[in-house]
Design a protein around this ligand. Structure first.
Ligand code: PLP
Ligand code: ZN
Length: 425
């Protein structure tokens, strides 16, 4: 049933048969999955897709598996939330949150790429799966491996949030915390992948894994009523999801599922780890790796593997990039929660803070549909915001105590309003 015709090197164009490989023997360029798009175009239709169960495999013709999917029966099909209160605060007409903070089973966009990678690992006959991760990928690989009954090794930096660590360990993998940052972890894992022959979802299965990210874009289009948005803002860590969203839009046009202009695509990074945004701002052809220093740990990758793809896609779409300081990240997390009842982790704060700047700069037009990509859940990273929030008021279980508190809060508020009026007048 598969439509994959093989792998092709993006550097020199050499063709390969499907295998758990990720770099070209000739030129060390990255490999990408190739499809028979004519076959896909005659197989798919909007009606067929809409008739299928609400999970990411409803787009299976465009995903790189050959048999029936075995993993991810509840992943994907996350809400596209029309964010009217937030739109009003930002001064724009039509704003949507694509909310992967409620993805299944581990509350981030990584459940998409892992569903595809582990289905593929099972097709290839692997019995051990692994990954180098900033946290969310580890959570997802651990959970999916548990469900599939596979052995699992997880490699993470030694400074992650407790929610991200426990969010893997609970599923029973072997977790290895490496002293250093993600880039150190990743370098070690490339050597381990070569030596141990495991399925590293984001190393030797990378060509298949990254394809899972396309489902984020397919869903946006389907949920907009088979329409392309005008603008989409996407966080960048290693640079997987942003170019794959662009690819998803191209494929939907190639196969006749949607028509219209390519949306403008914008990258968002934390100010403490913004090598791609910096290259955009400096109009540079090269990405200079950085040492990350930000509360947005899930996207703290100083040397992004697919950073150049991000640059190409952003530039050719007519988009741009912005970064956000830790303070702006926390403020944006709170704004999203306050306006829309959605609690995102720092990566989502980065994306919203960047969106705000892009609107203020006039780069994002307020009268075209805008999609803000929320990719992870705030319950995993409570440390990031606790210091910024109002502490609970502690009282005894007596009505009089609450009456006093309520009165106090009210007279405070009245005073604040009197003060505000005086200041305004
Ligand atoms: C992994 C991740 C991203 C994006 O990573 P890419 O490597 O650029 O695809 C964004 N947000 C969250 C929460 C993540 O975990
Ligand atoms: Zn090559």
């Amino acid at each position: 049933m598969g439509n994959v015709t093989g792998l092709r090197c993006l550097g020199c164009g050499a063709d390969y048969q499907q295998a758990p490989i990720y770099v070209c023997d000739e030129c060390f360029g990255p490999l990408e999955v190739r499809y028979d798009y004519d076959a896909i175009a005659s197989a798919v239709s909007r009606e067929l897709i809409e008739s299928r169960p609400r999970n990411l495999w409803r787009y299976r013709e465009l995903l790189p598996i050959d048999g029936e999917p075995t993993i991810g029966p509840y992943s994907g099909c996350t809400p596209l939330v029309k964010a009217d209160r937030l739109a009003r605060e930002l001064g724009v007409d039509e704003l949507y949150i694509k909310d992967d903070s409620v993805n299944h089973p581990t509350f981030s966009y990584k459940d998409r790429v892992v569903s595809v990678a582990i289905s593929k690992a099972i097709e290839f006959g692997f019995t051990t799966v692994s990954c180098a991760s900033t946290g969310n990928l580890a959570n997802s690989v651990s959970a999916h491996a548990a469900r599939a009954g596979l052995d699992c090794y997880i490699f993470i930096p030694d400074n992650l949030e407790q929610g991200k660590v426990v969010g893997s360990s609970i599923y029973g993998p072997r977790t290895v915390a490496v002293r250093g940052n993600y880039d150190d972890v990743n370098r070690l894992c490339s050597e381990i992948a070569d030596k141990y022959g495991w399925a590293f979802v984001n190393i030797n299965l990378r060509p298949y894994y990254t394809e899972g990210a396309k489902t984020y874009g397919y869903e946006v289009v389907e949920q907009l009523g088979w329409r392309l948005p005008g603008h989409i803002v996407v966080p960048t860590a290693g640079g997987t999801i942003l170019p794959k969203i662009a690819k998803s839009f191209d494929e939907m046009r190639t196969t006749g599922l949607v028509e219209g202009d390519t949306p403008k695509i914008y990258t968002a990074q934390a100010a403490g780890c913004a090598p791609v945004v910096r290259a955009l701002h400096e109009e540079s052809k090269t990405i200079v790796p950085v040492k990350p220093d930000t509360i947005a740990k899930s996207i703290a990758i100083g040397d992004p593997a697919d950073g150049y793809d991000v640059l190409d896609v952003v530039r050719s779409s007519g988009g741009w990039g912005e970064s956000a300081t830790d303070e702006e990240i926390v403020d944006a997390i709170q704004q999203l929660a306050r306006c829309e009842g959605i609690f995102t982790e720092p990566a989502g704060g980065v994306t919203l803070a960047a969106t705000r700047k892009l609107i203020e700069q006039g780069r994002i037009a307020g009268d075209e549909p805008i999609v803000v990509s929320i990719t992870g859940n705030g319950y995993k990273t409570l440390e990031a915001v606790t210091g910024a929030l109002e502490e609970p008021r502690v009282i005894d279980a007596r009505l009089r105590d609450f009456d006093n508190l309520f009165e106090g809060l009210h007279s405070n508020r009245d005073q604040e309003m009197v003060g505000a009026k005086a200041a305004a007048g």
